[in-house]
Design a protein around this ligand. Structure first.
Ligand SMILES: Nc1ncnc2c1ncn2[C@@H]1O[C@H](COP(=O)(O)OP(=O)(O)OP(=O)(O)O)[C@@H](O)[C@H]1O
Ligand SMILES: [Mg+2]
Length: 313
């Protein structure tokens, strides 16, 4: 969107708050999502991701702060915004008594498409979701992953400019996840702006140009996945696994061998530029882990560094 030649963000939130009674689920966050980017909210359970998404989707009014979606205020222009966005909620809300095809067609009619248009659209979207062979099956009879794929397909029925996906791949098997990542990538190439929540760090790294890390209703970091990793973590991580309960005793012995050491219930994580070199020194000090692994830093390490907790517990 341009105004006076200057590109406007597609979504802009300032000091955005969501309260449920006395409880603040979203505690004054600032966000900007630009045309054509894939933007992510990464955070653990209860971080406030869905609450934020629901405000952007115009299904839950903000409690405070400012919000603009496609340049409009959801409080005033909810219906006009909803006509141009696609929403895949965290919980599937399909009509389980209708068939796969009927779900898509009914939803399309809701957006004002003609009968002929919805018929054509349903065929295209069933193809997209790899559900063509289940076209006439009642949704009730589908597996969890199939339902998820149908919900995602349904969110595309109105050819949205902006697509909101709340944990799109939860419940999908690895093959379906990768297929969906590919499809989302293609949508992005066609100019669709994506907003995705996830607590899968690999998904965030794969899909998002830029993301915010949320925790306890606040944004604790923001940037591209690679910028976040290089800012908050080392290049490599040496993971040392010990028998349950024994890792803490080894913490003192590895002191000074890494920039930072994290103690997890079953592992020590040594943050260092050179994991192999650190492993040699660990061995030289007589520390004998049950197993060891050198890997690249990920967004999981960023999260651990920022919050002291793991993303998926
Ligand atoms: N309708 C509601 N009424 C009361 N509290 C709510 C409501 N919806 C969410 N909350 C609370 O707000 C907080 C944030 O919830 P939210 O669903 O936004 O988190 P999330 O980041 O999406 O978590 P998850 O990864 O589990 O989906 C939680 O503590 C939750 O219990
Ligand atoms: Mg959620």
């Amino acid at each position: 969107m341009t105004e006076g030649g200057v590109s406007q963000p597609l979504v802009s939130g300032k000091a955005l708050v969501k309260r449920f009674g006395d409880f603040e689920a979203v505690r004054g966050i600032d966000i900007e999502v630009n045309q054509g980017e894939a933007f992510g909210f990464l955070g653990p359970n209860g971080a406030g991701k869905s609450s934020t998404m629901r405000m952007i989707a115009c299904v839950s009014p903000r409690s405070d702060g400012d919000l603009r979606v496609l340049g409009m205020d959801p409080d005033i222009d909810g219906p006009r915004i909803r006509a141009r966005i696609g929403v895949c909620p965290q919980q599937d809300n399909l009509d389980t008594e209708l068939t796969v095809r009927e779900n898509l067609q009914v939803y399309g009619r809701f957006f004002g498409l003609s009968r002929a248009q919805v018929r054509e659209k349903a065929v295209e979207l069933m193809e997209f979701a790899q559900l063509s062979d289940r076209a006439n099956a009642e949704v009730e009879s589908l597996s969890g992953g199939m339902k998820r794929r149908l919900t995602i397909a349904r969110s595309l029925v109105n050819d949205p400019e902006l697509l909101l996906l709340d944990e799109p791949t939860t419940g999908l098997d690895p093959q379906a996840r990768h297929l969906l990542w590919d499809r989302l990538f293609r949508l992005k190439q066609r100019g669709v702006t994506l907003i995705i929540t996830t607590h899968y760090m690999d998904e965030a790294e794969q899909l998002c140009d830029r993301l915010v890390v949320m925790d306890g209703g606040r944004i604790v970091a923001e940037g591209s996945p690679s910028a976040l990793i290089s800012r908050y973590s080392s290049r490599e991580v040496l993971e040392l696994r010990f028998a349950p309960g024994e890792q803490a005793g080894h913490e003192a012995k590895v002191e000074g061998l890494a920039e930072r050491v994290e103690v997890l219930p079953d592992r020590l994580l040594l943050y260092t530029a050179n994991g192999e070199a650190a492993l040699e020194q660990v061995t030289a000090r007589g520390v004998r882990p049950v197993s060891s692994l050198v890997r690249r830093s990920t967004l999981e390490d960023v999260f651990l560094r920022l919050t002291g907790r793991t993303l998926v517990d």
